[in-house]
Write a protein that binds this ligand. Structure first.
Ligand SMILES: O=C[C@H](O)[C@H](O)[C@H](O)COP(=O)(O)O
Length: 249
């Protein structure tokens, strides 16, 4: 990964932590992926320096390991159903802060901690900022499905909206596993590659999300609509572009 991208990820994560976490923050939701690594790094630094009294709710096995490695206190949604701030990465974010998540297959638990958060914050490098979804992210919308229902979900999504809903499989060239990727929750993932409209007019993601969720066997989509309050995009020069939810839109 290029140094400029890493610089962008780090800048967005550090600024988000610095602007949104203070002594009044007690419970923090921690997303998954590569950008969140920098947020946890900064959080650990600040806990040490400022003696912050926080507990973190991880969104995946990876996030839990990351928190443990950084000596941060771990809790869960059975203990707390209200989170002060959740910070998470994204695969693509549009102009209305609608985003695609789940490139790492963790969007089900990520959606839980986003939903429970008083403030949900996105952190990402500059490549993730788009006007309409699908402009920069070409791997589709991840949909976690019950394994036995993957074909019926695939066929019904394609019948409703076209495109191609592909079963996510391991494609690495080294050691791995033959067949589908299994999520932390024991399910499969379909990546729905939707067609981009010629006039670039975009989609009604709310309706699409609701209709996909109505298909039996769908557990959760990677579409996060009306959830994020702010997105921090780290630029290659280390500056950060902030996009706030427009309250009048
Ligand atoms: O399932 C993975 C998550 O939704 C990630 O937050 C998302 O894929 C972004 O990851 P990264 O920070 O590595 O770009």
């Amino acid at each position: 990964m290029s140094n400029l991208i890493e610089k962008g990820k780090k800048a967005s994560a550090y600024q988000a932590v610095d602007e949104n976490i203070d002594h009044s923050t007690k419970i923090i939701g921690i997303g998954s992926g590569t950008t969140i690594v920098y947020a946890v790094e900064r959080l650990a630094e600040r806990v040490k320096q400022e003696n912050l009294d926080i507990q973190c709710v991880p969104s995946s096995f990876q996030a839990k390991q990351l928190l443990a490695k950084n000596n941060l206190k771990i809790t869960d949604l059975e203990t707390f159903t209200s989170i002060d701030v959740t910070i998470d990465g994204a695969d693509e974010v549009d102009k209305n802060l609608v985003c695609i998540k789940g490139g790492g297959g963790c969007h089900l638990q990520e959606k839980l901690i986003a939903y429970c958060a008083k403030k949900f914050i996105l952190i990402a490098d500059y490549r993730k900022k788009s006007t309409e979804l699908g402009q920069s992210w070409h791997n589709g919308i991840p949909i976690e499905v019950l394994p036995s229902a993957y074909r019926l979900v695939k066929e019904n999504i394609e019948k409703l909206y076209g495109g191609n809903a592909k079963l996510r499989e391991f494609t690495g060239s080294t050691l791995g596993k033959a067949g589908p990727i299994i999520t932390d929750n024991g399910n499969f993932i379909l990546d729905w590659i939707f067609e981009i409209k010629d006039d670039n007019s975009g989609y009604d993601w709310n309706t699409i999300n609701t209709n996909i969720k109505m298909i039996p066997g769908v557990i959760e989509t990677g579409l996060f609509i009306d959830m994020a309050k702010v997105a921090y995009f780290g630029n290659a020069d280390g500056t950060v572009t902030k996009l706030n939810k427009c309250l009048r839109c």
